[in-house]
Ligand binder design. Structure first.
Ligand code: CDP
Length: 278
């Protein structure tokens, strides 16, 4: 257990955040796609000290078959935190929080996809948090949508996401871990940038109506900035990719029983104990 002390304040007398950011300033963000060889599409995100990998497989045959949807693809998202991703070792078994975030991420991505074009298949999105320092659900959505695009899956749009919150009475964008834990509120959002349609909206804490509307606008502006970074990452990856020509397609094995067992545990069908939710 690492003892953690609550900071006396989150906003300094100079009107800056503890890491020196302005209220509307995002942490440095680095996005990269095509980072994993085995996946059909992949992406990584570094947002401050938060570091996440996303891998996409599919559309492909769905195992276990009873999950098959007749009229569209099943978008199966699995968000997991590495045991070493937080200071207190996280249990390896999937927690309820991880299952909730898996669902929230799928719901945020789904409106961007044409799932009806791939009935009876699955699109698997595996998200692994390597280091968590706040904002992992939003960073997961940002990275996963980039990985989906990298996999060549038809999309209406990329999906940028960010959290807006409140600390010491001030609205702040892109909360770090301390701001998330000790702040007064947290509103993670994801949008389809062209229409500004919200695909994720959650809220923790109390906001007045005026604060909430201002928070929304700050979040949408931040998402639009992240969207530009997503597009740049895609362009960089495609510019770098060598012209096709070599036949390096490697067919993957059909999902064997061992694989299915593990996946069922991942998507929450196991009877693991879960105690490490926050
Ligand atoms: O990550 P996000 O803000 O989307 O989700 P959260 O549930 O509000 O968690 C906030 C932060 O708490 C995470 O980003 C981690 O830094 C931290 N956390 C932790 O230290 N241990 C856990 N088991 C889960 C989260």
């Amino acid at each position: 257990m690492s003892p953690e002390t609550r900071p006396d304040f989150l906003i300094t007398p100079e009107g800056l955040r503890l890491d020196g950011r302005r209220f509307d300033e995002l942490r440095p963000i680095e996005l990269q796609c095509g980072v994993l060889k085995t996946a059909d599409g992949s992406a990584s995100i570094r947002q401050g000290k938060t570091y996440i990998l996303a891998a996409v497989y599919g559309p492909r045959e769905l195992h276990p078959r009873h999950l098959t949807l007749g009229d569209r693809a099943f978008l199966r998202c699995v968000y997991r935190m590495a045991t070493f991703s937080v200071p207190d070792r996280k249990k390896a078994a999937p927690s309820r929080r991880e299952r909730e975030i898996s669902m929230v991420v799928a719901n945020a991505l789904e409106p961007a996809l044409f799932l009806e074009e791939f009935p009876k298949t699955v699109i698997d999105v595996f998200i692994q948090v390597i280091q968590a320092d706040g904002g992992t659900r939003c960073a997961s959505i940002t990275a996963a949508s980039l990985a989906l695009a990298d996999a060549g899956i038809p999309m209406r749009s990329l999906v940028p996401a960010v959290a807006v919150g409140k600390a010491d009475g001030k609205l702040i964008v892109d909360l770090g871990d301390e701001e998330d834990k000790y702040g007064q509120g947290d509103v993670p959002i994801a949008i389809l940038p062209r229409t500004e349609e919200l695909t994720l909206l959650q809220q923790d804490g109390y906001f007045t109506r005026e604060e909430f509307l201002e928070a929304m606008q700050m979040g949408i502006n931040a998402c639009k900035y992240i969207h530009e970074l997503q597009k740049d990452a895609l362009k960089r990856a495609y510019a770098k990719r060598a012209p096709e020509g070599s036949d390096e397609e490697e067919e993957e094995d059909e999902g064997g029983s061992e694989y299915e067992d593990n996946l069922e545990a991942d998507i929450g069908e196991s009877d693991y104990d879960e105690e490490d939710e926050r």
